[in-house]
Design a protein around this ligand. Structure first.
Ligand code: ZN
Length: 278
C-alpha cells in the first residue's frame, strides 16, 4: 500500500508496533470463546453443543449444569436461557486438517475448520451452525453454497445443507457462533419470540407444575389490632398538638418554611416515624 503515486504510506503501516495490552487481552478472549466451553471454561471436547445464542459448550458440562444448576458458580448467569437439552444442538464439526505449527503446543492448535473453505474456526472468520442438523460452516462458505441467496422475507426458500443435505431456512436456522453484541440481541429476540409460540399444552403443564409448587397466596393481612391503631391515633393527635404549639412560638421566618400545608397534616417531623411504626 502506498508509494504508487495514489496514496501515502503511513507510519503505522510500515512500522511494526508492539501490540497494546488491550489488544492482547482481546485476542485471548476471542481464543477462549472459540476454544473453550462457555460454561465449564474447559477445552472444547466433542460432543460439543451450541445454544440459540451461538455459544459453545461441552455437552457433558451442560448436562451437569442441567442436573444441578449450581454446579458451576456463574452457570445460571451464562445458561439461564437453557432449560433442557432441547434448547441446544449437538454440532457436527470438521477437524482441522492443517498441520500444527511448530511454535505452539498441540492443545493450542485450532481444533476445527470449515469443511467448505478449510478456514480455521479460531474467531477470525465468522462461523455459523444450522439448527436443523448441527453442521458448522464458515459463514462465507455456506453463503457461497446457497441455492437461493436472494430470498424474500415473506417467502423464505429452503436451502440444503451442503454436508448432510438437510433442508433449512437460512433466516431462521443459520445461527452465528459467538456472535457480536448486535447479533446476540437479535438472536435473543428470536428466541423469545419462538418461545412464545411453543405449544400451549406444554406451557399449561408448566404453569400447573408451578402452581403446585407455589403455596396459596396468603390471606390479606388482618387489619392491625384496634388497640394499637387507636393508641397511635391518640399519639398522633398529641404530637400534632405539640407541633402546633411549637409552631406558634417559631419566628416568622422559620414559620414560612412550614406553613404551606394544612396545619392538621403531619409534617416531615412526624410522618416518617408514624408510618414506620403504626
Ligand atoms: Zn447438515
Amino acid at each position: 500500500m502506498g508509494n504508487d503515486g495514489g496514496s501515502f504510506a503511513k507510519r503505522t503501516e510500515l512500522v511494526k508496533v508492539k501490540k497494546k495490552p488491550e489488544a492482547v487481552d482481546k485476542a485471548n478472549q476471542t481464543r477462549a470463546r472459540w476454544a473453550f466451553c462457555a460454561l465449564s471454561k474447559r477445552r472444547l471436547e466433542e460432543p460439543i453443543v451450541a445454544c440459540a445464542l451461538g455459544k459453545l459448550y461441552n455437552k457433558v458440562a451442560l448436562i451437569e449444569f442441567l442436573l444441578n444448576r449450581d454446579a458451576y458458580g456463574d452457570g445460571e448467569k451464562i445458561c439461564a436461557h437453557i432449560r433442557s437439552l432441547k434448547d441446544v444442538k449437538t454440532l457436527t464439526l470438521t477437524a482441522n486438517s492443517a498441520p500444527v505449527p511448530a511454535d505452539i503446543e498441540p492443545t493450542e492448535h485450532t481444533q476445527f475448520m470449515c469443511p467448505l473453505t478449510q478456514k480455521e474456526m479460531n474467531g477470525l472468520t465468522p462461523f455459523v451452525y444450522l439448527r436443523t442438523c448441527g453442521c458448522v460452516f464458515a459463514a462465507a462458505g455456506l453463503n457461497a453454497m446457497r441455492s437461493s441467496p436472494s430470498e424474500s422475507a415473506s417467502e423464505p426458500e429452503k436451502d440444503t445443507c451442503p454436508s448432510c443435505a438437510t433442508k433449512y431456512t437460512h433466516s431462521l436456522d443459520c445461527v452465528p457462533l459467538n456472535p457480536s453484541q448486535e447479533e446476540e440481541t437479535r438472536l435473543r429476540e428470536l428466541m423469545a419470540a419462538e418461545r412464545l409460540l411453543e405449544p400451549a399444552k406444554k406451557s399449561k403443564k408448566r404453569k400447573a407444575a408451578a402452581a403446585d409448587l407455589v403455596p396459596e397466596p396468603p390471606a390479606k393481612k388482618a387489619a392491625p389490632a384496634p388497640t394499637i391503631s387507636t393508641a397511635s391515633n391518640a399519639l398522633r393527635t398529641t404530637l400534632a398538638l405539640e407541633e402546633a404549639k411549637r409552631k406558634a412560638t417559631m419566628s416568622d421566618a422559620v414559620k414560612t418554611l412550614y406553613d404551606k400545608g394544612d396545619p392538621q397534616k403531619d409534617t416531615f417531623m412526624t410522618r416518617g416515624t408514624f408510618t414506620r411504626y403504626a
